[in-house]
Design a protein around this ligand. Structure first.
Ligand SMILES: [Zn+2]
Length: 435
């Protein structure tokens, strides 16, 4: 190394420099960096880093990681490494085959390599981390690689994380359906299972469709230990889920949460508005309903200024939309009760009013609330133990991810992106963080 240092040419000075950095940030026990070279391909520049085994250390068996006597050499392989100065950089190394007394002859353990992948582990982690901040296409462009390479890197990291993650202390589970893509066929829905404990909110499982079988698969995947430890389960009033949860986690308190009930009410108000818009087309009253969609969906206390005046104008009319909105708005009072008895009484009175309103979408919600009264009142029994935001928050994030232009080509790619962004999966420890 000293010899290199004294050589007067500029190239070897650069060589020494890169090697010093590599030894400092990315040292692999039993291996040495032999040389670092530029490779000039016309207009494109590459950096080649050649590694070799340390002269006095044996290769390790890939299965048991114990040193084993050498057998022979394979031909040289190359792996993509995080770019240096954004110049594509490759590792080159000729793997040894070792003869393990226990596992026989096999290729040695190579610490930067995962199976036959042509990308080093640091590079896969590097691409996957950037793939969380940018879309996969943007990541590929920024680091001069392909969409496939980014996808495979994320996939590898997710599989690694799923294999290593610990599912201890999961007490509250949220179950939900997510709409994906276009159309309302069963393939356009996903079933998601979240952990919604205050100390940890994450995606635990995602699978296609929203059937009983989907949720059953998800719960089975979590394992019997996790299911036994559950204290709360939150879900929507979707019948297949209710059935599976009652059968598989009967000991947990099943809560129909605020977020889902509010969204059912909002959908009902919106349905009334749309129907009424159609009926009133061309008449002067129709103007009152124009551009009102978001104002009606928002909580009344959050509508301000000009929007508030318009909303009040609408409420003075005798339109069904106005009455539907009033019913939705009064329901907010339900969530403020402290006593279970009073909450139950409120629910009863509200349902009575809604059923007499002659507004069909709201009568439908009232019937639904009535038939799930016990599960709704569980919200008060669990009060203080589970907050009402997490499912909504996680759902919103899922929407952002599924809509963001990752250019998902397959269902599996989308599933991988969801685990990658919301799973809080563990990552392998690296000696250096490249990003
Ligand atoms: Zn072995």
């Amino acid at each position: 190394m000293f010899k290199d240092c004294k050589t007067p040419t500029r190239r070897s000075a650069i060589q020494l420099h890169v090697k010093t950095i590599l030894n400092r940030i990315q040292h692999f026990a039993g291996f040495v960096y032999r040389e670092v070279r530029f490779r000039d391909h016309g207009c494109s520049l590459h950096i080649d880093i050649h590694l070799e085994a340390h002269a006095c250390s044996d290769g390790r068996c890939a299965t048991c990681l114990k040193p084993a006597p050498g057998y022979d050499h394979q031909s040289e392989r190359s792996w993509l490494f995080p770019p240096l100065w954004n110049i594509p950089t490759h590792f080159h190394y000729a793997p040894r085959r070792v003869q393990c007394p226990e596992h026989g002859i096999g290729v040695e353990h190579i610490p930067w390599s995962a199976g036959k992948r042509p990308v080093t582990i640091p590079m896969m982690v590097f691409l996957a981390r950037w793939g969380r901040r940018l879309s996969w296409r943007e990541t590929a462009q920024a680091f001069q690689t392909s969409w496939e390479a980014v996808y495979r890197s994320v996939d590898w990291l997710v599989q690694w994380g799923l294999g290593q993650r610990k599912l201890e202390g999961v007490e509250a589970l949220g179950v939900d359906e997510i709409h994906w893509g276009q159309g309302l066929r069963s393939e356009n829905f996903l079933t998601v299972v979240y952990q919604i404990d205050a100390h940890c909110r994450r995606l635990l499982w995602v699978g296609p469709r929203r059937t009983q079988a989907s949720l059953r698969r998800g719960l089975v995947a979590l394992g019997p230990e996790v299911l036994r430890g559950l204290r709360f389960v939150c879900s929507d009033m979707w019948q297949p889920y209710l059935r599976v949860l009652a059968a598989m986690v009967p000991h947990a308190l099943h809560v129909l949460d605020r977020f889902h009930i509010t969204s059912h009410l909002n959908e009902a108000v919106d349905e009334v508005r749309r129907a009424e818009c159609g009926r009133l087309r061309g008449r002067p009253q129709a103007a009152k309903l124009k551009h009102m969609r978001w104002k009606l969906l928002r909580r009344g206390s959050r509508v301000r200024g000009h929007a508030k005046q318009k909303l009040q104008g609408l409420l003075r009319t005798k339109l069904a939309t106005a009455r539907a909105w009033m019913l939705k708005e009064t329901f907010q009072g339900f969530w403020h009760y402290r006593s279970l008895t009073w909450a139950a009484a409120f629910l009863d009175v509200w349902c009575e009013r809604a059923l007499r309103s002659r507004i069909e979408p709201l009568r439908k919600v009232a019937r639904m609330l009535r038939s799930h009264e016990e599960l709704i009142l569980n919200w008060f029994r669990a009060k203080g133990e589970i907050s009402n935001g997490p499912v909504e928050g996680l759902n919103n994030k899922i929407r952002v991810i599924t809509r963001r232009s990752y250019g998902f080509r397959t269902y599996h790619a989308m599933e991988t992106a969801l685990y990658h962004n919301l799973g809080r999966l563990p990552e392998p420890e690296l000696t250096h963080s490249f990003c």
